[in-house]
Design a protein around this ligand. Sequence first.
Ligand code: ADP
Ligand code: ZN
Length: 679
Amino acid sequence: MEAFDAQDAEYTMDAAREVLGRYFGYDAFRLGQEQVIRAILHGSDALAVMPTGAGKSICYQVPALMFPGITFVVSPLVSLMADQVFSLKAAGARPAYLNSTLTPAQQNTVLKRASEGWYQIMYVAPERLEDPRFLAFAQAASRPGGIGVPLVAVDEAHCISQWGQDFRPAYLQIERFVRSLGKRPVVAAFTATATERVRTDIEDMLCLNEPERVVTGFDRANLYFGVEEMGDKAKARWIRDYALEHAGESGIIYCSTRRTVEELADELARGLAPARVAVARYHAGMSVDDRHANQESFIGDRAPLIVATNAFGMGIDKPNVRYVIHHNVPESIEAYYQEAGRAGRDGDPASCYLLWNGNDFRLRRFLIDRGDEADVDLDQDQRDQARRNRYRLLGQMEGYCRTTGCLRSYILRYFGDSGTLGVHADVPADAPGGQEGVRRAAAGAPEQRTVHGCGNCSNCLTSFAVEDVSKTARAVMSFVSAHAGRFGKTVIAEVLHGANNEKLRSLRLTEDEAYASLADVPLARIKDVVDQLCGSGYLEVSQGQFPVIALGDCAGKAIAAGDAFTFTIKSRAARRASGLRARRAVDLLREEAVGSGRDRVGDDVELFERLRELRRELAAEREVPPYIVCNDKTLRGICRLRPHTREELLGVSGIGERKADEFGEAFLTAVIAFEDERG
Ligand code: ADP
Ligand code: ZN
């Protein structure tokens, strides 16, 4: 089989940049994009591992718009196809999709126009690759003299691996499909899933031919990570206050159960009604129609807030989600990063908060012990194995909640990514707290000495007090060594503190020699020390719903040291001034105004609101989500540049030729009218 022979002369990177500007209105490729596109244009296969929001679509869309013939994009996310096609149309391209949401008659029309060579790019679900009519079309297209199939892009390529969580058997057919084509197209695979195992699977199963491997870091520099420990009631209050403070911005609140979704959504709806912030909800217990309606009002910015279980989000591509708050602890770091990562896809600052307390872990352990429906086919050994695995994942999640180190580093270590920080935020490098700020902070440059670690997570922005708790630690360990594996954290702390309750009396622990030996240390502090001893390997917590504590691997050392054993813990002290946390549109406008030496911030904010309203109207007329018209960053660009002519408008990032044609007049008129009013 012969590879698609792109003629280098025709497909230069300059031509690619021209296409990027003309269709998408961007003036530069981001890190990673350039490498992938160059490879594809030279006719070589590619495997791109890039995090959400890094801009994977551009990597295959730009070549698709340059090559003659039709590019196929295999994607499992049927709900996203229509969106992508709308966006590409709005950019002036000729896209199509083929999936089960079209009627047979519509599918006929699409195939007919496709064989006439009308489309440049076609999205298909993997199941479609087996459809005889589609196959006949694709094979005819790829034969000599046909319209040509230069490129097959495989989106969400990890779906091909049984090791990932989203395995789709239909993905296994992609390779056969490619082989059945007359002339082998370039094959480019894209995923945000990191593990080595999955990457190898993708290369093997797609039979990629010496692919160009592009792995950008997993860091999302524009995301702020925060962890807050608080009681159940406080969580709802905290979220309400946050939403009020950020009214007008879009956010997702994740809860672990349907019931919590209902209760929290009701409470937030009441609390936010005075501010006229609508709250949508989403969980698998709702009817399909209700779910759809709620999702649509969230995507259309009619309800800026959605409270949901983890059933929500797959296939949601809303770029301007400014915050994701977890009301409960998810089952693993991987799940957490995926859900939290739905914030800030547009590259603007966004925040991810995890609210937690001990109940979250009790619930999680209960769910693990109860077993998963998916496990019914497993034998006892396999089930135990699965259970242990889930405990391990939950343990890492608990580590995230409790660590006093940098949260971002914790996550990146989990993904085995110690490399690049901040590769794709389009924050101007010189903006206050911009990308450069993150890099410098990460590198620990002297001028940033006040900021530790990433400088953009709650731990890096908190100063911790170091406290010597050796006496408490020794008392805890000696009690545990006398009663190893019998009691949990609460009982241990209560005995040492000297609590007087029925449980201790019935266990005759009030008569224990250690009883009340730490009467002067607060109960919560003793528990804290127990936690940190567990985290450091001196103690060990059993797995299960009612975990008990025994001596850990390092205990021998500590006991041998006797009174000489010292142990210090870090506790949260006063918070530092805020760092790079998510800033609102207003703040960004202010920073941009300062950056360009202008002084009309109040003005910019008003114009921004007006343009936002205009965008909502333009979107409603066309029955598409507002972000298809343009994103927030583009609106801010208009506020900053105040274009009066089409040429000037084209200078705004995100405005290409086609968008200037379609929306230009509306935006220009709005800007001019606004300035006239101001005199
Ligand atoms: P992914 O599929 O990797 O999650 P997307 O392809 O959805 O990411 O892109 C995320 C956002 O970044 C989109 O709003 C997209 O228009 C924008 N984007 C992509 N490439 C660039 C670029 N070179 N310059 C500016 N914005 C870009
Ligand atoms: Zn940090």
